[in-house]
Design a binder for this molecule. Structure first.
Ligand code: DX5
Ligand code: ZN
Length: 232
């Protein structure tokens, strides 16, 4: 993999201090984050409940970088419109959560956002087929969705490589670029393996927001991610 490749770090605010979220997102942007990853859970599609469009709207003025909204909700479509109005830049959803995946992808783009699918560890990558031209991003879950702080599932590496091949075949045939994001259990010691397998965008929640101040805090861990990626 070329060292000039662009890699993006997307800290997940799921592990941030929710009592001072505005400060947390601006600190993580100053520390070098490329996206704010915003995990939306509905206690229905996943067994946890988090934050919605009002919180997205509240943090929007605190950062310039894109807000990457990961919808773990069912149904999906009404929230797409609400999040676009609340300042989301990218919106991803799980294909199992929408009865009309093509329509939902188109809806996200019609709202002026980048659109993408999220595939759980056991979800086949064939969900990408027939909607490749409507994808701006594919997010592979490397944990089962619902909670931060879980361990990286190793089979994600082979799956990243398979999705990378599909994306590269699509772009070399003249298709639009598609980001390949990985989410769950990303740490300084495994980010290079995920990059080598084909990921270009890395969600990290507990690794960033749990980084000890003694080790340089958010800036320290993001710098370590970049060094590991440069060596990948
Ligand atoms: C899990 C979420 C992840 C999570 C990542 O459902 O989608 O974004 O916050 O957290 P870590 O990096 O701690 O695994
Ligand atoms: Zn996520």
């Amino acid at each position: 993999m070329s060292k000039s490749k662009t890699y993006r770090i997307a800290p997940s605010i799921l592990s941030a201090d929710f009592a001072r979220l505005g400060e947390e997102v601006s600190r993580v942007e100053a520390a070098g984050a490329d996206f704010i990853h915003f995990d939306v859970m509905d206690n229905h599609y996943v067994p946890n409940l988090t934050i919605g469009p009002m919180v997205c709207k509240a943090i929007r003025p605190h950062v310039k970088i894109p807000i990457d909204v990961h919808l773990m909700v069912s149904p999906v479509d009404a929230l797409v419109v609400d999040f676009a109005k609340a300042g989301a830049d990218l919106i991803t959803f799980h294909p199992e959560a929408s009865p009309h995946v093509d329509r939902t992808l188109q809806l996200i783009r019609d709202q002026g956002c980048k659109a993408g699918l999220v595939l759980n560890p056991s979800t086949p990558i064939a969900h990408m087929d027939w909607v490749m031209d409507k994808l701006d991003i594919v997010l592979l879950m490397s944990v089962n969705p619902g909670f931060g702080g879980q361990s990286f599932i190793a089979s994600t590496l082979a799956k990243l490589a398979a999705v990378r091949q599909k994306i590269d075949a699509h772009t070399s045939a003249g298709g639009q670029p598609i980001l390949l994001e990985v989410d769950g259990g990303i740490k300084v010691d495994n980010i290079a393996a995920a990059a080598a397998a084909g990921a270009d965008t890395f969600v990290a929640g507990s690794a960033v927001f749990g980084a000890p101040d003694a080790d340089g805090g958010y800036h320290g861990v993001i710098s370590k991610f970049r060094s590991a990626l440069a060596a990948a």
